[in-house]
Design a binder for this molecule. Structure first.
Ligand SMILES: [Zn+2]
Length: 63
């Protein structure tokens, strides 16, 4: 990540359930993630799916 997009989500996250690695199901769109984008992750260990929302959720309430 080059750090110029503070709303971008990482390529992987740590699974809350098993501590494994969850990979993005889809790569970021061109231009990166935008606030409010829903990004799905799939755990490689337990195959659970996790959805994260890009950006700060608190900011989404302000138009
Ligand atoms: Zn897992």
């Amino acid at each position: 990540m080059d750090g110029d997009n503070p709303d971008a989500l990482p390529a992987t996250i740590v699974c809350v359930d098993c501590g494994g690695t969850c990979h993005r199901v889809l790569p970021p769109m061109e231009g990166g993630d935008r606030p409010g984008d829903v990004v799905a992750y799939r755990c490689e260990d337990c195959l659970d799916r996790w959805d994260l929302i890009a950006g700060d959720p608190d900011e989404l309430d302000d138009p």
